[in-house]
Design a protein around this ligand. Structure first.
Ligand SMILES: Cc1cc2nc3c(=O)[nH]c(=O)nc-3n(C[C@H](O)[C@H](O)[C@H](O)COP(=O)(O)OP(=O)(O)OC[C@H]3O[C@@H](n4cnc5c(N)ncnc54)[C@H](O)[C@@H]3O)c2cc1C
Length: 303
């Protein structure tokens, strides 16, 4: 008994030997040595790429190579020629073989209005650390759309609108947002009078800015982008999604190209739609929304 305890202690106390292997060839930093790549969004917002995994890749390759490295582990082959890697990545994207894409990670710093953050935070597969308005004073920054971007409620899409509203009403809306400023002055005054930051902040409107670090793997980042670059997403979060896509494209160009080909630019057909296409008959449903979606797909397909 005593001998067995002594033996197991010997094993756990032993310092493991670390064998530090160099890269097989020269490496390059996928961000070109920069600390951050930043894109301004609207007047006060931004999205910045602050780190990636992998950060170093063999010369002549992009971070796409980490996907290939993971995908090929099962049969013991490393990265092959670039055109074969491209074929493999495109196959993975087409067939939703997604775990190799989780080998790549991005860390972003985002400054956005709270109403955008509320939509963004629904994406649960990221790691998030947000600015605390309990510890710090909320800065005086509000999202105010330009007059052309004051949109009318759409009659067909209950969630949004794309058409510009007439100028008089747009101005009335902008005057309503002006009240944010006096609301903010009251916030500052109450802080000076000693009201706690955690309570004073709750009267601030949702167009005030927050910020966070957001870390997410490539698979879930593409899922975020497919939902938030879509025309059904609110314009303001779409602006961030487009900026995010522009930031990751040079890091994983092959994957982004496949994403554009097989996800962003693709159309999903339902069984009823395939049947309608095959038989040339109308779509077999009374559902008006489904009919409208079918018409939109037909237009996309040039039918
Ligand atoms: C245009 C649009 C309109 C929307 N409208 C509304 C709305 O009116 N009200 C509203 O509340 N939300 C709304 N949402 C939010 C939406 O319902 C999703 O919560 C959001 O898009 C995040 O999607 P997700 O869950 O797929 O993403 P993530 O949370 O990133 O999850 C990615 C994937 O991981 C898996 N996953 C993650 N967590 C779980 C879990 N707990 N259990 C099982 N699987 C999990 C799922 O497969 C999921 O698709 C809207 C989103 C969009 C794009």
């Amino acid at each position: 008994m005593t001998t067995a305890t002594a033996a197991s202690h010997t094993v756990t106390d032993k310092q493991p030997q670390i064998d530090r292997k160099p890269f097989e060839s020269d490496t390059v930093d996928v961000m070109g040595g920069a600390a951050r790549w930043e894109v301004k969004v609207h007047e006060h917002g931004l999205i910045a790429l602050v780190d990636t995994m992998p950060r170093l890749v063999p010369q002549g390759q992009t971070a796409d190579s980490a996907i290939v490295q993971a995908a090929r582990v099962s049969y013991g082959q490393g990265t092959k020629r670039v055109n074969e890697d491209r074929g493999l990545i495109r196959y993975l994207l087409r067939h939703r073989h997604t775990t190799p894409l989780e080998m790549i990670e991005f860390k972003f710093h985002v400054v956005m209005p709270i109403f955008v953050a509320r939509q963004w935070i629904r994406h649960r597969t990221a790691n998030v650390n947000e600015y605390s308005a309990r510890y710090s004073v909320v800065p005086d920054r509000f999202y105010v759309p330009s007059t052309e971007n004051v949109r009318k409620q759409s009659a067909s899409n209950r969630q949004g609108g794309t058409e510009q509203i007439e100028v008089g009403t747009a101005q009335e809306f902008l005057d309503y947002l002006e009240q944010c400023q006096s609301q903010y002055e009251t916030y500052e005054r109450l802080l000076e009078k000693g009201v706690s930051r955690e309570l004073a902040r709750i009267g601030l409107p949702v167009n005030v800015y927050t910020e966070w670090y957001w870390k997410c793997d490539l698979h879930n980042t593409l899922h975020f982008l497919s939902l938030r670059m879509d025309e059904h997403a609110q314009q303001e979060i779409r602006d961030y999604a487009y900026a995010m896509f522009a930031l990751i494209k040079p890091i994983v160009p092959i994957t982004c190209e496949a994403f554009e080909d097989y996800r962003l630019g693709a159309a999903h057909l339902t069984r009823l739609e395939i049947e309608a296409l095959r038989t040339g008959q109308p779509l077999a449903t009374d559902n008006k929304r489904e009919q409208a979606e079918w018409q939109a797909k037909r237009a996309k397909l040039g039918l």
